[in-house]
Design a protein around this ligand. Sequence first.
Ligand code: HSE
Length: 439
Amino acid sequence: VPGVAPEVVRVGLIGFGTVGSGVVRILRENRESIAQRLGFRLELARLADLDVERDRGVSLEGVALTREWREVALAPDVDVVLELVGGTHVAREIVLGALGAGKAVVTANKALLAEHGAELFAAARAQRTELAFEASVAGTIPVLRALREGLCGDRIEALCGIVNGTSNYVLSEMESAGEPYELCLKRAQALGYAEADPSFDVDGTDSAHKLALLLGLAFGAQLPVADIPRRGIEQVTPLDMEYARQLGLRIKLLAVGRVRPDGALEARVEPMLIPEASALAQVRGALNAVAVRGAFSGPTLYCGAGAGSLPTAAAVVSDVMDLARARVSGSCGRVPPLGWSRLSPMRLCDPAQLQGEFYLRFTARERPGALATVAGVLARCGISIAAVYQPERHGARSVPIVLVTHSTQESALRVAMAQTERLEELCARTQVLRIEREI
Ligand code: HSE
């Protein structure tokens, strides 16, 4: 009965992995505080996983265990269902099934929401229930709440985030300990940061899923995630990190969303060089951060653990509490899932028309004129060089030439890069990284 607090709201958990086991632990260890805040208890009533035997180091006393998700998602004694299995196929069935049965649903699944969000949000609305997803972007950081409610009176102009803990961990470890890429990635997997398929972390896909959600929240933008240009960190080398350091810059995998003066949306995920002294450059390891610029509020920054069992689980539990409260008070749907009564399709600007500074690392054969030839191509394309760095390589057959451009149009840079590809003075792929100072 809305308005009359029950003694208990029952939770059903589907997916007993890294985040699921963290949720069980928090529901147990923080039981008293949660009950005191809510005025009623949260009880983990049912749990489904394909493996309910393996010990995850948490007590499951009093919890009904099953391998069949329907026995949780559709159970009459469950009020709030947690989808923590990941992936998009079964997860979609679970969420639709649970919403169809009138359950409130919490998920941490950004891929699912980026691809099927419109369908799932509509299903929740049709059932007069809710789908919450704070943990899906930037782990424990309540940045979705901030964009949905805290900043809703403002007009957001731009956001820029480090939203993948795995790639940030890999870049930080490579930079500070000089460790090889593969080793750092393996460690991120062992620490429970990485996706089941870690290529999503390092190739920019996971960040693009999260950016699609952030664009919806910040700008009310409806944008197919496939339209977001993305590039990962696989080609970033320790050499680039070292040269970045010498230039007073640091390499980060960034997700950027910005409304251009003509109303078009700039959205991209790629490794970029940012000033060493900037706030985002201090975000190390599996930490995430999102910097937001509002027309009226100015800049705000949200930072914290972006991955890992307990930090992510803490965000899931806060969603469970939110939905339990909404059920009890009869206020389901008070705020739309992305914070906008209606989303609008937004035009993506053509990246080729954007201006920017670039870091270019050419690999040249050690012979006279290589630097002059490369510089000549840039000059003919109208690209002005701001800095040149060519370290001495005694005896080596090839030599890196690092050039930093002044602000230039990306289309001009593309033409120049196509022309340098054909130069016989160069003997390897050229590294091109955008320099982002406006963060
Ligand atoms: N694999 C993700 C990351 C987990 O590394 O950020 C949190 O979404």
